[in-house]
Design a protein around this ligand. Structure first.
Ligand code: GDP
Ligand code: IMO
Ligand code: MG
Length: 420
């Protein structure tokens, strides 16, 4: 049996904390897509840590963690992350596995990412510049090198061949920065990677499922950043939605049971691209300050706005979300008025659907207003004790989305979560 936790917005919904919270109920926690563009924040014994590629179950000693074949892996970042978790006393060599199908991010992928963004001028995607797009391009272009190849004698020869191809791309993009230092640390990190437990991820997981183990698939990014269904071209390069669990881990769709969709009580986006409910006013600034909305991976300020139920309903539909987990509800504590977007006016016409090419049309969000609860909810542990105004807000969401908000996260701490 497999359950999924994934983001319903543009990433940074608080997935890391939620996976960490639910991990005790599972045997295996597996990342199925994305790479070090992700930044998942956890508080362990009150201390903050940000994970990029290591699954967020790593702090639970008896759990198995798998980096699945759908991930693109940066060995240098992984090495650094492993050192960070080891400082918390985690024996990552014992309970972490990597699929042999996982594609490697090469130093030249990072260089191509940077060069492509520079070449785009004002049309930048706002990539995290971790080499994600170029690594997935080499996967679909049937060029990439995989973790399983690390053990091949021909690895270095294959690397050099690909390096030459990449050099041509870099030359065509007029990129001439010296990346020899990146390459040096890359080869060092490959030696580190070779010492890991490299497995056939699909047999590994299906065997465990057959034996009755419970698997939790951890999504990265968010549904609106999905390469097929997000705000293309302002998206990441993988399938962030529940379908990505099947292709990223080698799991059949019938094995998936619960799909937990994580959404903030408001909305944020980092990087460029459409964001209909973005607030460029004081309220947006208040959300950013109160919510400490700065990227976990890049430190960039996140764009902030009201919750967008049109986009959220779309995300629930394409993911088959069975339960919603609402995070950062405490960030709304001091607001007099809350708004939720329940319709779009697209080029003057009312719509309830997410349009094709959001970036090419003018979207005016239609709002419904709610009274704020104006109360500190961060210490509340029981839904009955939540303010009535919040209950009204939640029941509107439940009714609109047709999927229940079953959990409300009211602080960054690992146990600040209330069952609705
Ligand atoms: P992820 O990428 O989805 O794992 O989310 P990030 O870690 O990038 O960003 C979420 C941020 O919100 C982190 O700093 C978390 O510590 C914090 N966070 C998560 N849930 C809550 C919550 O309910 N309340 C508050 N105040 N912060 C939260
Ligand atoms: P987590 O897992 C928020 C955004 C980037 C950019 C676009 C493409 O922490 O939620 P990429 O590096 O993939 O080429 O960037 O996607 N992006 C994220 N935004 N959270 C993330 O991950 C993100 N990963 C990528 O900002 O707009
Ligand atoms: Mg994040």
């Amino acid at each position: 049996m497999v359950d999924v936790i994934l983001g319903l917005q543009w990433g940074d919904e608080g997935k890391g904390k939620i996976v960490d919270y639910f991990a005790p109920g599972y045997d295996v926690i597996a990342r199925f897509q994305g790479g070090p563009n992700a930044g998942h924040t956890l508080y362990v014994g009150g201390k903050k840590i940000v994970l990029h590629q290591i699954p967020s179950g790593i702090f639970h000693e008896d759990k198995t963690n798998l980096i699945g074949g759908g991930v693109v892996l940066d060995a240098v970042t992984l090495k650094r992350e492993c050192e960070n978790v080891a400082a918390f006393g985690v024996d990552y060599r014992k309970n972490m596995f990597i699929s042999e199908r996982t594609h490697l991010i090469l130093p030249t992928h990072r260089a191509i990412d940077k060069a492509s963004e520079l070449a785009k001028g004002n049309e930048k995607i706002g990539s995290t510049l971790k080499g994600i797009g170029p690594a997935y391009m080499d996967k679909t272009g049937r060029n990439g090198l995989r973790v399983g190849n690390l053990l091949d004698k021909s690895f270095t020869t294959e690397y050099i061949k690909l390096r030459l191809k990449h050099q041509k791309i870099l030359d065509s993009l007029n990129f001439h920065e010296d990346i020899s230092a990146w390459e040096e640390e890359f080869f060092e990190a490959l030696d580190f990677l070779r010492q890991f437990k490299i497995v056939n991820g699909e047999y590994f997981l299906n065997d465990k499922i057959q034996k009755g183990c419970k698997v939790l698939a951890e999504g990265a990014q968010g549904s609106m950043l999905d390469v097929d269904f997000g705000t293309f071209p302002f998206v990441t390069s993988s399938n962030t939605i529940s379908a990505g669990v099947c292709t990223g881990l080698g799991i059949a769709p019938q094995k998936i049971k619960e799909v937990f969709g994580v959404s903030k009580a408001y909305c944020t986006r980092v990087g460029s691209g459409p964001f209909p409910t973005e607030l460029l006013d004081e309220t947006g600034e208040t959300l950013r300050k109160t919510g400490n909305e700065f990227g976990s991976t890049t430190g960039r300020p996140r764009r902030c706005g009201w919750i967008d139920l049109v986009a959220l309903q779309f995300a629930c539909m394409i993911n088959g979300v069975t339960q919603i987990i609402m995070t950062k509800a405490d960030i709304l504590d001091n607001l007099e008025e809350l708004k939720v977007c329940n319709a779009y006016k697209v080029d003057g016409e009312e719509h309830s659907m997410v349009p094709f090419q959001m970036n090419r049309v003018k979207i005016e969000p239609g709002y419904k207003s709610f009274e704020g609860w104006k109360k500190d909810i961060s210490a509340i542990t029981d839904f009955a004790a939540m303010p009535q105004q919040m209950k009204t807000y939640i029941s509107y969401l439940n009714e609109f989305l047709g999927v229940p908000v079953n959990y409300i996260s009211n602080g960054p701490g690992s146990h600040q979560i209330v069952k609705a």
